[in-house]
Structure formats: structure tokens, C-alpha cells
Write a protein that binds this ligand. Structure first.
Ligand code: GTP
Ligand code: MG
Length: 194
């Protein structure tokens, strides 16, 4: 898909603030710094619509990006960021749980995992959570540009096995640097938009 139109509609912290057109939504989940905001930017071909940072914890609210006036990417604050307080972590948990478990137009959750490392405990908890709520999931393994080609299959296998990836949940190797996986990801999203 070639995106001509993308804009941030709202940074929300509670359901009353979510957009109400009923457009399909795809939420980005993953640990802090894994590349969620970079994924959105690469997919829509914009350098910095979604704010990114080399420091974890950049995205703090549910950011709804309206694409082509027909669907949303929802950028979600990352988990596993050690520097937030317990109360902040709990508030984060409530905000995201409320969104993920109660949103009818949420078509799939795109869970990002850093291809360089085995999934963290938080990654596994998040995937289990999504499966518990029967949320269609797409696993996107980020930073593929940092792994030599010959070692990609091994890294892919480690992640799939650690998660216990369910049949029907796609696994995409992705790089926001090179654009690897972009077309594959779009093909999956277009199918799931309906
Ligand atoms: P939070 O908002 O803190 O949860 O982080 P995020 O998941 O949105 O990560 P973000 O997109 O801000 O990226 C974090 C850092 O990783 C930035 O320095 C990006 O440039 C870098 N990065 C993201 N994706 C890739 C990738 O595919 N390859 C490489 N080499 N770097 C990447
Ligand atoms: Mg972010």
C-alpha cells in the first residue's frame, strides 16, 4: 500500500477519547525501544509522524494515527521499561488492558519483538495475554538489519518456540532501516482490515 494520507487524531488515555468513526484499528505492542513508532513511520513512508527516540519510554499515551481516512494504527506505550515507577506501570497496565480487551474495531495486535534477542518474560506474558483474549496477532520481528542473513532462521526459530506461536499468527521479519518485510506486513494488514 502506498500511503498518501496519515495524521495523528488523538493521544488518548481513556475510552471516552478514542476516535468514534468505527474504522478498523491495528495496535502496536512491544517492549520499550523495540521499534513500534519506527514501524508505523516505515509502513506509511513518513520519517517522523510517530515520535521515536533512542531512549526507551518515548510513547506514553495511546496514539491514534488515521491512515487514508480508512483505518488506524494505534501506537501503544512500551512495556518492560525499568525506569518507571510501580504506580506508573499499573496505570499503564490498566490503560492498555482496557483498550485491548474492549475494542470492537481492533482487528489485530501487531506484537513487535527484537529479533536480536530471545523474547523477554514480558514478551511472553504479552503474547499469552493476547491469546487468552483471542486477539488476532501478528508477530513482527524488528531490527532484522542487525542480524547477518545466515543467522536469521535460527533467530526466527528461537522466537517462535519461546512464544509458542500459534498457527494462524503470521511472523514477519522486519527492518525500519531497510524496509524489509514492509510489503509482507501490508499484505497481511489488508487482508485483516475487512
Ligand atoms: P517506546 O515508544 O519507548 O515504547 O519505543 P518504540 O518501540 O516506539 O521504539 P522506537 O520506534 O522509538 O525506536 C527505538 C530505537 O530503535 C530508535 O533509535 C530507532 O531508530 C531504533 N530502531 C527501530 N526500528 C529499527 C530497525 O528496524 N533497525 C534498526 N537498526 N534500528 C531500529
Ligand atoms: Mg514509541
Amino acid at each position: 500500500m502506498k500511503v498518501n494520507n496519515a495524521e495523528i487524531t488523538i493521544s488518548a488515555v481513556k475510552p471516552e477519547q478514542y476516535p468514534d468513526e468505527g474504522f478498523p484499528e491495528f495496535a502496536l505492542a512491544g517492549r520499550s525501544n523495540v521499534g513500534k513508532s519506527s514501524f508505523i513511520n516505515k509502513m506509511i513512508g513518513r520519517k517522523s509522524l510517530a515520535r521515536t527516540s533512542s531512549k526507551p519510554g518515548k510513547t506514553q499515551t495511546l496514539n491514534f494515527y488515521k491512515i487514508e481516512d480508512s483505518f488506524y494504527f494505534v501506537d501503544v506505550p512500551g512495556y518492560g521499561y525499568a525506569k518507571v515507577s510501580k504506580s506508573e506501570r499499573e496505570a499503564w497496565g490498566k490503560m492498555i488492558e482496557r483498550y485491548l480487551t474492549g475494542r470492537e474495531q481492533l482487528k489485530s495486535v501487531i506484537q513487535l519483538i527484537d529479533l536480536r534477542h530471545p523474547p523477554s518474560e514480558d514478551d511472553i506474558i504479552m503474547y499469552d495475554f493476547l491469546k487468552h483474549y483471542n486477539l488476532p496477532t501478528i508477530i513482527v520481528a524488528t531490527k532484522a538489519d542487525k542480524i547477518p542473513k545466515s543467522r536469521l532462521p535460527k533467530h526466527r526459530k528461537i522466537i517462535k518456540e519461546a512464544l509458542g506461536l500459534e498457527e494462524g499468527d503470521p511472523f514477519v521479519l522486519f527492518s525500519s532501516e531497510t524496509g524489509q518485510g514492509k510489503e509482507e506486513a501490508w499484505a497481511i494488514l489488508e487482508k485483516r482490515m475487512k
